[in-house]
Design a protein around this ligand. Structure first.
Ligand SMILES: C[S@@+](CC[C@H](N)C(=O)[O-])C[C@H]1O[C@@H](n2cnc3c(N)ncnc32)[C@H](O)[C@@H]1O
Length: 217
């Protein structure tokens, strides 16, 4: 049976939103955003959607490079969205909505680019989320996914076991082949593992192992 319970994540992320931009892990997430930007083409008057956008940091970073694009963000946490709106308040080309990745409140074929960072392992039904992402992408549009992957670095494999046991909103850190498999099953084409990174003590993150993927509709 499908799991639709996001209540634990809403509680956790509403609470985390208060310190999200200043706490220890924040510099690591910002570092990831910069790395992602090296691999994503945000040029031109694109419509760009961030799924699980948190406080909008990745979109704000993109807007510094390209003021022409339109930036959209969805997140299940009302507090994260409130912070994202405050952060980008004076810019007309931003729109943030409280919404679930599995039910994206935009029409079919809306976006040139959709991306998601540090969020995918929280989705109760990852395949459903990917099909939604594909639905809102324009034909030929790109989806870029970044998340911790448990086959990239052993500590993430261990963390996954611990988190699955003790952290209710944590669904799973997937392997890189599980993610490419989901992307294929959702109907994406040109699926690529763009980069994997493992390390100890990068930007105040103790142990890390991530995967970055791109796929096209
Ligand atoms: C660790 S934060 C990452 C935020 C941002 N993407 C970043 O890189 O800074 C994970 C975010 O995913 C959001 N999230 C979790 N489950 C979600 C879901 N089912 N739909 C949409 N957003 C979700 C959380 O509310 C949280 O803001």
């Amino acid at each position: 049976m499908e799991n639709n319970d996001t209540s634990e994540n809403i509680k956790r992320f509403d609470s985390w939103a208060k310190t999200y931009d200043t706490d220890r892990i924040s510099s690591w997430f910002r570092y990831i955003h910069k790395m992602m930007l090296e691999h994503i083409d945000i040029s031109g008057k694109k419509k760009i959607l961030d799924v699980g956008c948190g406080t909008g940091n990745a979109l704000a970073l993109m807007a510094k490079e390209n003021r022409e694009a339109e930036y959209y963000g969805i997140d299940i946490s009302a507090q994260m969205i409130k912070n994202a709106r405050e952060k980008t308040g004076n810019l007309a080309n931003f729109e943030f909505k409280i919404a679930n990745s599995e039910n994206i409140p935009y029409k079919d074929n809306s976006f040139h680019l959709v991306f998601s960072s540090n969020s995918f392992h929280h989705y109760p039904n990852p395949l459903k989320a990917l099909k939604e992402i594909k639905r809102v992408l324009k034909d030929g549009g790109t989806f870029f996914l970044e998340d911790a992957c448990r086959d990239v670095f052993f500590p993430i494999w261990l963390q996954n076991i611990y988190r699955q046991k003790f952290e209710k909103g944590h669904i799973k850190y997937y392997t890189t082949s599980e993610i490419t498999g989901f992307l294929k099953e959702a109907g994406f084409k040109h699926i690529k593992i763009v980069k994997t990174l493992k390390g100890i003590g990068i930007k105040k993150k103790a142990f890390t192992g991530i995967g970055m993927f791109s796929a096209r509709k």
